[in-house]
Design a protein around this ligand. Structure first.
Ligand code: B12
Length: 442
């Protein structure tokens, strides 16, 4: 078969005021440029396990309507998307249907809402793609696609993970490639819509498999920058020590998402720096303790760690690894004071980088179910607003307007040139001082 792989790859914000602002703020622009050019690891992974008798074409779709004319000669269109672009993905599937090409769609959004997706696509992949992809291909080849393919009872063992088909990419179009070492997260935050939606447990890919993926990237790319697309990378420190020891001397630069516990392990931090870790992104979520209580469905881990946040940021950054601290605005427990509280936290903590987003009820999350039952969703099922930058719920501690205006004002303060430069120079100074105090010659 001729198989087209179509990842919906845009960056979306509905709020035009914020969009305009984003175009003029240096910090905002830089981050969106960086993340806007990531390929779809989901589809590349499926391509990596596709039997060689099929031909596979990988075509990014920044906007479904731009794919005009549709590529012809296809026997199957496989579409992958998140919530914000789901309508465009459905429209693309309908256009393929009109020209007689069957479509199969997957990803966390359709995993949460398979019946919605089945109204637009011939087949819906529910959950992780690896356990069901070969069956999809066999059925498509016979011309008998089922409406649903479910991975439910078939928890995928990452020891069997295929190596993603990075060779399908025109590498000059990307500034990072993603590699996954794990799926799931032990913390279960109420709002989380990452791979925790696809898998019930925290599971890791064997170290040797990750090395294999990285070697494949090194074979096609001489300036490799890797983003570890885990929900929470450093849950298992000894795993990472083994992984990173094998990456010494490879000339990588890399980035990962983690919880703050990585700060407790100086040996791991040294290894991270040595192997090219440029930044860790950490979900701090709130500059105040109260909003952290009950944020996780069990454990209250972040609430208990709150008093160590600033000390932990300093510990990580003193190893030369920058921290991008993420805050979710509009959590229950946040009032209109939260914007100043974030600014003060950032100033006092010495954070190098900061990411602010709005609380977002993604489909399939416990947060969505709760807000729906409390009648607090403003436009239920308006998935276009699932951007992390658009408000689609009634906050508990302020009005929608206060959240909107406060967020905008905070973005101006945080991403204005002056504060960005201050954060950078403070980080450089702190690393220099640390080196001097250790007696290391530069
Ligand atoms: C890389 C990334 C991106 C890349 C995506 C590149 C691409 N085209 O796929 C870019 C930068 C483009 C991006 C954009 C956006 N992102 Co983003 N992104 C991520 C990130 C960091 C990693 C995702 C990843 O690679 N996962 C690993 C792969 C293997 O998993 P997967 O894609 O789910 O695929 C598996 C299954 O879902 C399934 N599958 C998927 N597709 C298909 C298709 C078929 C046919 C089949 C059979 C199976 C299948 O099989 C795969 C293997 O098991 C996550 C955060 C995280 N740590 O996970 C956020 C995340 C996915 N992004 C998120 C968001 C909100 C956005 C944006 C809205 C941001 C914005 N304001 O524009 C846009 C969404 C655009 C859209 N299409 O709707 C949310 C999505 C939540 C949701 N339900 O929508 C996440 C979870 C982050 C968060 N804070 O919650 N993102």
């Amino acid at each position: 078969m001729n198989i087209g792989l179509f990842p919906m790859s845009g960056i979306r914000v509905c709020d035009t005021e914020l969009l305009r602002l984003g175009l003029t703020l240096p910090g905002f622009v830089e981050r969106s440029k960086t993340i806007a050019s990531l390929p779809s690891l989901g589809l590349l992974t499926l391509a990596g396990m596709t039997p060689s008798r099929h031909r596979v074409h990988y075509v990014e779709v920044p906007d479904g309507r731009l794919l005009d004319p549709l590529p012809d000669g296809l026997d199957l269109a496989a579409i992958s998307t998140y919530s914000a672009q789901i309508d465009e993905a459905y429209e693309l599937a309908q256009r393929f249907k009109a020209v007689g090409v069957p479509s199969v769609i997957g990803g966390p959004h359709v995993t949460a809402l398979p019946e919605e997706a089945a109204e637009h696509c011939d087949a819906v992949a529910v959950g992780e793609g690896e356990p069901l992809w070969l069956e999809v291909l066999e059925d498509a080849e016979r011309g008998h696609l089922r409406q649903y393919y479910r991975a439910d009872d078939n928890e995928f063992d990452l020891a069997a993970a295929p190596v993603p088909a990075f060779e399908l990419l025109d590498i000059s179009k990307y500034n990072r490639l993603t590699v996954q070492t794990s799926r799931g997260c032990p913390h279960h935050c109420e709002f989380c819509a990452s791979s925790i939606v696809l898998t019930h447990k925290y599971k890791q890919k064997p170290v040797a498999k990750v090395w294999e993926e990285i070697d494949k990237i090194l074979a096609i790319w001489d300036r490799p920058f890797i983003e570890f697309a885990d929900d929470n990378s450093f849950v298992n420190h000894s795993y990472w020590k083994e992984l990173l020891t094998g990456l010494r001397g490879k000339g990588l630069k890399w980035f990962a998402e983690t919880d703050i516990s990585v700060a407790d392990d100086p040996q791991l931090l040294d290894l991270m720096r040595e192997t090219g870790c440029a930044q860790v992104l950490i979900g701090l979520e709130s500059p105040t303790e109260t909003a952290l209580r009950g944020l996780e469905l069990r454990g209250d881990w972040k609430f208990k760690k709150f008093s160590h946040f600033k000390e932990a940021i300093r510990a990580i950054q003193s190893h030369g690894v920058t921290v991008n601290g993420c805050f979710v605005l509009g959590l229950d427990g946040h009032t209109a004071d939260v914007f100043d509280q974030v600014f003060t936290f950032v100033k006092e903590s010495g954070l190098y980088e900061v990411q602010v987003t709005l609380m977002t009820p993604f489909p399939g999350t416990p947060l969505y179910a709760r807000l729906e039952s409390e009648n607090r969703l403003l436009e239920p099922r308006n998935w276009k607003k699932c951007t992390l930058f658009d408000i689609n719920f009634r906050p508990s501690g302020m009005s929608v307007k206060e959240l909107h205006d406060g967020f905008k004002k905070l973005a101006v303060e945080l991403y204005g040139e002056e504060f960005v430069n201050l954060r950078r120079s403070r980080f450089k100074r702190a690393v220099r001082d640390q080196r001097h105090s250790k007696g290391v010659q530069k």
